[in-house]
Write a protein that binds this ligand. Sequence first.
Ligand SMILES: CC(=O)[C@@H](O)[C@H](O)COP(=O)(O)O
Ligand SMILES: NCC(=O)COP(=O)(O)O
Length: 237
Amino acid sequence: MTKLSVNINKIATLRNSRGGDVPNVVQFAKDVQRFGAEGVTIHPRPDERHIRYQDAYDLKAEVYTEYNIEGNPIPKFMDMVLKIKPTQVTLVPDSVDALTSNAGWDTLKHKDFLVEVIQEFKNNGIRTSIFVDPDLHQIEGAKETGTDRIELYTEAYAHQYHLGNKNGIDPYVSCAELANSINLGINAGHDLSLDNIKFFKENIPGLLEVSIGHALIAESLYLGVETVIGRYLEGLK
Ligand SMILES: CC(=O)[C@@H](O)[C@H](O)COP(=O)(O)O
Ligand SMILES: NCC(=O)COP(=O)(O)O
């Protein structure tokens, strides 16, 4: 069973573009859970360009499925996560100005830092996951950090799948097999979509959770726009 955690960053992006509260991020989180999502993911960035730190606090009361907060564990982020105590924290090595996440951790180089941060979250009862490239050395390094799970960075898979190269899955299968053999839980995310999710799920053994935002929101627009235009036309009759 693989859980679907819906990343609602894009809802905050849309809200922020008008300065008001439409769409309402908390209401959206309540609705995706009502529609069956098994988790809600947010990835607040230091400039708060989409999800704001206040959103992270406001969501705490309404996320009754798995609450996953992603981000680079800078002091401000750590402080927030330790106060909120979500189900899971996913550590992502973003630079401050990153447009979106673009690399996994170097778990060998940053081992001491990761060990310390992960221990602090685990001491507070928060499950930990670290964002990693599909590289066997990085998976072994992740195990050494004490993390409960890894999140496989799936951008490369999604790109190759889009080009028609199904063997782009191969490094992910190898990493998943290794992770399973050393008792590391497996999550995955980034650029997963309706197009590529089924093949990924079918080939990755032990996939516990996927977090999906960008494509899921774009697909929702396309799948909903016909209905909404019909309703406007009704209203304009
Ligand atoms: C870790 C990851 O792949 C996602 O959290 C992604 O970074 C979403 O963040 P943005 O919505 O800021 O692109
Ligand atoms: N952890 C990945 C995530 O939350 C969503 O990534 P994307 O679907 O917006 O690329």
